[in-house]
Design a protein around this ligand. Structure first.
Ligand code: F6R
Length: 649
């Protein structure tokens, strides 16, 4: 979490066509163009931070060098507060160098004094990650007379660098000496007093990419502007750079406007590949939708197809997924690991693996997986599910499995992420950038890919015949249309979302593969609306949670047409008998059956199969939570205390 961005050099007119960019950049609209046609450094930082705000929004700050001296502006809360501060107190002549940060608080409360950048006398730093030994370092520095002005772990880095500079080391030497002292995870960007053409970045455990702005494209004279940029996520650089390099574990980089030198953890100069950045600034725009979340919910008919097509040909009814080195017939079980929504996606797949492929599956929360005595029960294949591909718990679990010789398979949405680079096998979801903090389109894309994987397992284990496989694949062809049908009922969900806004507690119940969908519904509801919500297996209600029920506790019942439907509907009636208002999500026939009963709001969904039910039933979970949050006036895209990419343990 936390987003960092850095720039050294001048950026030309962002409206100038870049080779990888077919459309003009929306970023340009927000930026101040200097007399020499370049973009102000603060605007570049603010645009980068705007796109990184999904990583944290407890505070934000920027720093630059003015006449060689460090100046910074920091504000608590969202980026907007920093924008206001910069308007009131602009930098006096900002130069061509700067760093910026948007924070998700780990050490120290969200406040201005804990906001980054953090300063020593001669250096200023932004940091994403956690310095685990910061207390020891802080004690040591305090003994040497250093005074700390924040409660953060980051400030020790600034002071360690400062001490090295004080002993006469050059900035580069100071960084080389300081990095090995730090335990934990970090991505850093650092500026040094008196060095207005020097930006140093470093990464260990947290992502950092380097962007190159090609001077020749910026003006006809083929001279003039050139810049290097750093960011936690390439999205921050889209439309502003021509090429990017994803720094590797332990790398650090010394940048001037014209030059980039990358060092590895042993301080040897290394060459890292660069690639064109195939995104543009418009992908970070919500278009006509009031929130990114609603835009992303409505993208799902398209993203589900994009995620499906690399693995399935639904029209020809062919499974084209290719998994070199996996002998499904020999596997005894498979383990699935993820966090939050990705964990619930893994839970759905557990039901699928067991039911369709007769393959036992264990599903584990990433932060628990590697600390349990999993060794004896570890599967030969461990599947890691992650939108960002950077979630610290999932990444650590993946490295733990790898170290133990397990085959790792990552299902990730960010193709350049660390998990995508480190897993033995990668299956990409093609959901596109997901900006809203609550995961929507990424989760249905993950389900799609896992469904294809389960069918591959079923085929590989010889437990499915050609006719059954063909029927499953045909069901996929219906998915985009079924998604569109659910989304067409947007107004109905809006109306019910408004009613739910009055609830004290909300329960979600389901059975089989819709039990994890019920859990996902509860997670979406609580993270967006701050209403207490829980998901339960429908049969479990009577073993305790039923005590919570009264007329103020709605029960959202997921009852797709499957062999468990009647049992779920019976559990729903038990809840009705305790005066709980019921929202029934089911097929048209069941909705009709219960439609006339008082206390039930039926919502008919398209007819689904074993594989498609969890996908189709996920959409109402998203819409109900979204509209309930809008009715309650919460911050839908950036709920309190959360961040999208959780890169701390
Ligand atoms: C909930 C949500 C989170 C993420 C979780 C894992 O809406 O978005 O629960 O699913 O933090 O993130 P990734 O998938 O990036 O590993």
């Amino acid at each position: 979490m936390c987003g960092i961005v850095g720039v050294v050099g001048r950026l030309g007119n962002l409206n100038a066509a870049r080779p990888n960019q077919s459309v003009a950049n929306d970023a340009a609209a927000n930026l101040v163009i200097n007399n020499d046609n370049s973009i102000g450094v603060v605007d570049v930082l603010m645009e980068g931070l705007r796109r990184l705000e999904y990583r944290g929004y407890d505070s934000a700050g920027v720093a630059t060098l003015v006449d060689g001296k460090i100046e910074r502006r920091r504000a608590m809360g969202k980026l907007e507060n920093l924008r206001t501060l910069l308007a009131e107190k602009p930098f006096h002549q900002p130069g061509t160098i700067g760093i910026g940060h948007t924070r998700w608080a780990t050490h120290g409360e969200p406040s201005t004094r804990n906001a980054h950048p953090h300063k020593g006398e001669r250096v200023v730093v932004v940091h994403n990650g956690i310095i685990e030994n910061y207390r020891d370092l802080r004690d040591e520095l305090t003994k040497r007379g250093v005074t700390f002005t924040s409660e953060t772990d980051t400030e020790v880095i600034a002071h360690l660098l400062d001490q090295a500079l004080l002993r006469g080391l050059k900035p580069q030497q100071a960084v080389a000496e300081t990095l090995p002292l730090l335990h934990g995870a970090f991505a850093l960007a650092m500026l040094f007093q008196g060095y207005d053409d020097l930006l140093i970045g470093a990464r260990r455990g947290s992502p950092l990419c380097l962007g190159y702005r090609n001077a020749a494209i910026d003006d006809d004279s083929h001279t003039g502007v050139a810049a290097h940029l750093l960011a936690s996520d390439a999205l921050a650089l889209a439309g502003m750079v021509d090429q990017v390099t994803y720094l590797e574990e332990g790398d650090w980089v010394v940048l001037s406007a014209m030059q980039a030198v990358i060092y590895n953890a042993d301080n040897q100069v290394v060459a890292r590949p660069s690639q064109p950045l195939a995104m543009n600034g418009q992908q970070t725009d919500k278009g006509l939708f009031p929130h990114f979340m609603l835009k992303e919910i409505h993208e799902q008919p398209a993203t589900v197809v994009d995620s499906l097509l690399p693995f399935i040909n639904p029209l020809e009814r062919q499974l084209t997924i290719d998994l070199p080195g996996i002998d499904w017939a020999k596997l005894h079980h498979v383990t699935l690991v993820g966090c939050g929504t990705a964990f619930y996606v893994g839970m759905v797949a557990k039901y699928w693996f067991e039911e369709l492929a007769a393959l036992p599956a264990i599903v584990d929360i990433a932060s628990e997986f590697r600390y349990r005595a999993t060794r004896s029960q570890m599967a030969e294949l461990v599947v890691f599910v992650s939108q960002s591909g950077e979630t610290a718990d999932t990444l650590a679990a993946m490295r733990f499995a790898k170290e133990r010789g397990q085959k790792t398979l990552a299902i990730v949405n960010v193709p350049t992420s660390t998990m995508a680079r480190e897993a033995d096998i990668v299956l990409h979801t093609h959901a596109g950038p997901e900006i809203s903090v609550a995961s929507t389109k990424a989760s249905t894309a993950q389900l799609t890919v896992l469904a294809a994987l389960c069918l591959a397992a079923a085929r590989g284990r010889g437990v499915i015949n050609a006719e059954q496989l063909s029927a499953h694949l045909a069901a996929f062809a219906d998915l985009p249309g079924q998604f569109a049908a659910v989304l067409a009922e947007d107004d109905t969900y809006r109306r019910i979302g408004v009613q739910l806004a009055e609830a004290r507690n909300i329960l979600f119940i389901g059975r089989g593969s819709c039990y994890p969908v019920a859990m996902e519904g509860a997670l979406k509801m609580k993270e967006l609306t701050y209403i207490h919500a829980e998901g339960f297996p429908a049969g479990e209600l009577k073993h305790g949670p039923i005590a919570l029920l009264d007329s103020g506790v709605p029960v959202i019942t997921l009852a797709p047409p499957d062999r468990l439907q009647e049992k779920t509907l019976s559990n729903m009636q038990e809840a009705m008998a305790r005066s709980a208002p019921i929202i029934l999500l089911s097929d048209a026939a069941s909705c009709q059956r219960f439609g006339n009963q008082a206390g039930i709001t039926p919502l008919a969904l398209p007819t689904t199969s074993t594989l498609t039910a969890p996908l189709v039933y996920t959409l109402p979970m998203q819409l109900l939570a979204y509209y309930c949050a809008v009715a309650r006036g919460t911050d839908v895209d950036q709920p309190r205390n959360l961040a999208k990419s959780v890169t701390v343990e």
